[in-house]
Design a protein around this ligand. Structure first.
Ligand code: GDP
Length: 197
């Protein structure tokens, strides 16, 4: 419980490998398309209003943001991917850094890959899943904005996600269903995080 209460501190925004904080504690990372609801989910999970900045300007956030929980865990907010408007050079740069970070981070326990329930798993998501598989990283799909869909629609999105990860060896088999707005699935996601410590 306490882990998700109030002792959450922003550590730093990092733009290159030299800037990474020492890998001296367990770490989890959140990834997903721009506008997937990543900031909202991180803020809802850790009871903070403005822990992760909501994406006012898609394409601008290139930093990997580090937070620490009770000094015991790093929570990492990865740059959103899939911006149409960001200049190619910028996209390449953050993609490069993010991939290098993902490949080399020894304390990284799991990447939570956020997918908008309304969009389902897209081509860009599949590309990211390949990167995670190649890096042999443990990752888990988290469907966001579940409040936007009916039960039957959610069932279909979950089925599609199950199919999408079937051949991906590094993917966690359990698909999480969440809504930051309606507090759906947050206790379950917290339990997943606690189990990693
Ligand atoms: P980010 O770009 O991934 O950080 O996405 P944000 O957290 O900024 O959210 C993008 C948009 O989706 C905002 O308009 C949010 O209000 C909305 N949003 C985020 N989470 C939810 C949710 O659980 N339910 C609904 N209905 N909307 C959400």
């Amino acid at each position: 419980r306490k882990l998700f209460a109030s002792e959450v501190n922003f550590v730093k925004g990092v733009v290159n490998m030299q800037g990474l904080p020492p890998a001296d504690r367990p770490e989890i990372a959140f990834a997903g398309r721009s506008n997937v609801g990543k900031s909202s989910l991180i803020n809802a999970l850790f009871n903070r209003k403005q822990l992760a900045r909501a994406s006012g300007q898609p394409g601008r956030t290139q930093e990997i943001n580090f937070f620490t929980i009770l000094e015991a865990l790093y929570v990492v907010d990865l740059p959103g991917y899939g911006f149409a408007k960001a200049p190619k050079a910028v996209v390449d740069k953050w993609t490069n850094f993010t991939q290098t970070y993902l490949r080399g981070r020894t304390n990284l326990q799991r990447v939570f890959l956020l997918i908008d329930s309304r969009r389902g798993v897209g081509d860009v998501d599949r590309g990211i899943m390949k990167v995670l598989d190649r890096a042999a990283l443990n990752y888990q799909i988290v469907l966001t904005k579940a409040d936007k869909l009916k039960k039957s629609e959610l069932d279909k999105v979950i089925d599609d996600a199950v199919v999408a990860i079937k051949k991906n060896p590094a993917a966690h088999p359990r698909i999480m269903l969440t809504s930051a707005e309606k507090n759906i699935g947050l206790p379950e996601l917290k339990a997943e995080i606690v189990a990693l410590l």
